[in-house]
Design a protein around this ligand. Structure first.
Ligand code: AMP
Length: 499
């Protein structure tokens, strides 16, 4: 175990680390901190939760200490380090950590992200800050409004770079990087080193040291993974049934679209579950409130999209549901990483519908395991309901509200294999997946009464916006950044690979 004392951090930083209660460095910290202190560029494969924020913040702050001063003149506090992240939540989290690490220094830090009034951010920027944490879209707004100048930046961190590219931030990143001095240190962190990430690194990093601390496609061994074949119409019922059977107190439920997220949250709320939706259309304030409510235990189910949930540092969520299988196998790993963290055991349940075959194959490749998909067996009560047709009772939808005594308890108990009927990939026999139609759940034969759910699907974004499944920041809607190009597919923006 490497200790922070080996690093000879400045007393101000060492004090902050000690107060955080960190006893030893995490692997990414042990590897990256000395490299960043030496001034080299870094290409790091590390996910949120590995301690990578401290891995780049501490050496960066240490190297910036030579500039610290107590002057009130903004000119004496130019931006020296820029940290870019894909989402508001991540930017907020990282900025909070940077503030803590820098609390005993005279270095100033600030965060800017979209979905919030620009004015308070502008006031802070104009006072001068040495470390600026930002999402790309809002940073460009401030650059264009001349609220910030980046010509004295010495360090730039591209954090969660794979996600920034997924979202379509490449043009924004290229533009931001064009404002920075050529002489600088660039640190790039990404969950995976895809071809696109390697190209990005090839364009912007100089002779980087590659640091890979954990294979990105490794799922926590403490997570029990189950896959059930469930028709789209039965997913909600399946979700409630599994929650009830396993007495799940709290869970994350992942869906692929913002609209799906809002609809599911609304319908589960009608079923009597305490539910909150977390997606890119929610205001920053709403998103932070939703998170806080979940952390307090006031919310049972957090229904979320990938971008909204990426990197949320909520540990020990008893269960994660993939209500929709992710389009991207890597997102499967990110999603189920919410449970079984920090040594706690967790349950990850995925619903597989008839059209998901390719997605399952992708996940199998990523996990290097065959996935067995079990038929969803509803409790007798549910089965009877399904065969009987529409209810006679006065309840407002076919999916009855759970009586209050069967509501999920808050109890968080550890999961064991024999608690579950589904198959666990922990003890996966290498049975090939079966894709016969008969394995899929039966269609329910009644329609919900709420007219909201009877509406046909409506696309919420125009074709020139970011991918339909999520938008983290919306440069196209920014009024003062008219010259920023609309987002385009990442792959199309790179030159063809050289051979
Ligand atoms: P990160 O991956 O940077 O988001 O960090 C995840 C969590 O780990 C944060 O809550 C940090 O405060 C915490 N953390 C970072 N470094 C250490 C360490 N060396 N020891 C214990 N906890 C840490």
């Amino acid at each position: 175990m490497s200790s922070f004392s080996n690093l000879q951090l400045a007393p101000e930083l060492a004090r902050a680390v000690a107060e955080m209660g960190y006893e030893s460095m995490t692997p990414i910290q042990a590897e990256a901190i000395p490299v960043v202190l030496s001034g080299r560029d870094v290409m790091g494969a590390a996910q949120t939760g590995t301690g990578k924020t401290a891995a780049f913040s501490l050496p960066l702050l240490q190297r910036l200490l030579k500039h610290e001063n107590t002057s009130t003149s903004p000119a004496r506090h130019p931006v020296r380090a820029l940290v870019l992240l894909p989402t508001r939540e991540l930017a907020d989290q990282v900025a909070q950590q940077v503030k803590l690490y820098a609390q005993y220094t005279n270095l100033r830090s600030a965060v800017v992200f979209g979905g919030m009034d620009m004015k308070p951010q502008t006031i802070e920027l104009k006072k001068g800050v040495e470390v600026l944490v930002a999402t790309p879209g809002r940073l460009l707004d401030h650059i264009e409004a001349k609220n910030v100048v980046l010509n004295q930046v010495e360090y730039v961190v591209l954090d969660e770079a794979d996600r920034m590219l997924d979202i379509g931030f490449l043009p924004d990143l290229q533009r931001i990087l064009s404002f920075l001095p050529k002489q600088r240190t660039t640190l790039l962190f990404s969950a995976t080193f895809s071809t696109e990430i390697k190209r990005l690194a090839g364009s912007y990093l100089q002779d980087p040291v590659t640091i890979e601390v954990a294979r990105p496609n490794e799922t926590a061994s403490t997570v029990i993974q189950q896959f059930f074949s469930v028709g789209d119409e039965d997913k909600r019922r399946a979700l409630k049934s599994i929650i009830k059977q396993n007495k799940i107190g709290q869970a994350f439920v992942f869906v692929n679209s913002k609209l799906g997220c809002a609809r599911l949250a609304r319908s589960l709320e009608q079923d009597g579950l305490k539910t909150t939706a977390l997606h890119g259309d929610k205001s920053q304030d709403e998103r932070l409130k939703a998170l806080e409510a979940f952390k307090r235990g006031d919310v049972d189910l957090l229904i979320c999209t990938d971008v909204a949930a990426r990197g949320l540092d909520i540990k020990d969520v008893p269960a994660v549901f993939n209500f929709d299988l992710p389009f991207n196998a890597e997102d499967y790993v990110h999603r189920i990483g919410r449970t079984g963290r920090a040594g706690a055991s967790g349950l990850a349940v995925s619903f597989v519908s008839a059209s998901d075959q390719r997605l399952v194959v992708d996940i199998e490749k990523m996990l290097k395991k065959k996935i067995e998909i079990l038929p969803m067996e509803f409790e007798d009560e549910f089965r009877r309901e399904a065969s009987r047709g529409p209810r006679r009772e006065t309840r407002d939808s076919r999916e009855s509200r759970e009586p209050s005594d069967t509501r999920p308890t808050r109890e968080r108990r550890p999961f064991h294999d024999d608690d579950h009927r589904g198959h666990s990939t922990k003890d996966a026999s290498h049975t090939p997946s079966s894709w016969s139609a008969s394995r899929y759940g039966s269609r329910s034969n009644s329609a919900p009464k709420d007219p909201f759910f009877d509406k046909p699907y409506e696309a919420t974004v125009s074709p020139d916006q970011a991918p339909s499944w999520e938008v983290a920041e919306k440069p196209t809607s920014r009024s003062i950044s008219a010259n920023i190009k609309p987002k385009r597919k990442v792959a199309a923006l790179f030159k063809p690979e050289e051979v």
